[in-house]
Design a protein around this ligand. Structure first.
Ligand code: NI
Length: 375
């Protein structure tokens, strides 16, 4: 067996283990221990940052170059796996349904190849095994350490079940949206269901607010800018013949443009508060900002395309999405590029039947290492 066959086998064994042992955001203790064990067995340096879960490996190259980072997120989802895989989740109710198991393994494989090719490695690469991407706060945990202070370029990737293995989706410009959450409490006056005139019905007010919020995208946002608002939860009332005193709703706003994001926050507040006022009720709006939009640097995207083609991969335009990724936090200050690696066509990410074809592990590893190694 040659070195690549050995590596392929190691990566597959690791992948099966990670898939069988999914851990949710901030609970990635065993995952972190396994990553550590593998890195140590390959003499790869681990940076002693104060992280409860997740860790940072560093590979210093022997050629001049900048410090760069590769982000690999490591957490799983609270989903009951419904695949028939021999290595399906052993933990009931938890599943690697977003491919982060593949992200970990490709990151580990990349670390090995970089370590083995330090003579040809330009600058230093920090591989960040990041916790809690699904909670959208793990990147900020990493940023609380000083790991990013000397980093000049940020690279990220994601499993893509819309493309076969051997395909890579790359796009310049925006690829994921800014993700914000809003929570609205509508305060009315409760009363008997047969005497609405005695109260102020917060359910009627809420329905008016839901309708009015959709006018923001159609009347306030530039029609050439992708943006959306979804009200995803409404709670009110306890029974059929009582008008409750309060209603509660929440949802999400997705934008690409920075000014649209600011405008949305202002308009959601105005629309909710003033609509409520028109009915004699009161709306309290809480705005909870999440990650900004991910913006792929032009030069870095071109580099990703070049390296992918050199390795015989098919390059396709990356689907832009109003989904989010907290990778965006890393490239707020420095240029970054986030690509999608085809993992075999099948059910979408976050689906209980989502699968990654293990055949992607070695090519993904080689592709990622190729971003940093001189050819
Ligand atoms: Ni994901």
């Amino acid at each position: 067996m040659n070195d690549m066959d050995t590596l392929k086998e190691q990566l597959e064994t690791l992948f099966y283990w990670f898939h069988e042992h999914p851990e949710l955001s901030y609970e990635e203790y065993e995952t972190t221990a396994k990553i550590k064990e593998f890195l140590i067995s390959h003499n790869i340096e681990i940076v002693p940052y104060e992280l409860e879960t997740g860790l940072v490996a560093v590979i210093p190259g022997k050629q001049d170059g900048p410090i760069q980072m590769l982000r690999c997120d490591i957490d799983a989802l609270p989903i009951i796996e419904q695949t028939e895989l021999s290595y399906r989740s052993k933990i009931e109710g938890k599943m690697h349904a977003c491919g982060h198991d593949m992200h970990i393994v490709a990151g580990l494989g990349c670390a090995v190849l970089l370590q083995e090719n330090r003579e040809k490695l330009r600058g230093t690469v920090k591989i960040i095994f990041q916790p809690a991407e699904e909670a959208a706060t793990g990147a900020e945990k990493i940023l609380e350490t000083d790991v990013m202070k000397d980093v000049k370029f940020a690279w990220g990737f994601h499993a893509d079940p819309t493309n076969p293995v051997g395909t890579i989706g790359i796009r310049e410009g925006y690829v994921t949206a800014a993700v914000d959450r809003f929570v609205i409490t509508v305060k009315g006056v409760g009363c008997h269901g047969a005497h609405p005139d005695d109260g102020i019905d917060p359910i009627l007010v809420s329905s008016a607010i839901v309708q009015a919020l959709q006018s923001i995208v159609s009347r306030n946002i530039n029609p050439f800018h992708p943006a959306l608002l979804s009200v995803t939860r409404i709670n009110a009332g306890t029974t059929w013949n009582v008008i409750p005193p309060e209603a509660f709703m929440e949802g999400t706003v997705r934008t690409l443009d920075k000014e649209d994001r600011v405008l949305y926050e202002k308009r959601v507040k105005e629309v909710a508060e003033k609509t409520a006022l028109a009915y004699g009720a009161k709306a309290l709006v809480e705005w909870i900002p999440g990650p900004p939009a991910t913006y792929n640097d032009k030069k870095m995207a071109k580099w990703c395309q070049k390296r992918a083609k050199e390795q015989g991969m098919k390059v396709v335009p990356e689907e832009s999405s109003l989904g989010g990724d907290d990778f965006a936090f890393f490239q707020e200050e420095i240029p970054g590029c986030y690509v999608k690696i085809g993992t075999g066509v099948g059910p979408t990410i976050h689906h209980p039947e989502f699968k990654v074809d293990p055949e992607v592990l070695l090519p993904a590893t080689k592709y990622l290492a190729g971003l940093f190694i001189m050819s």
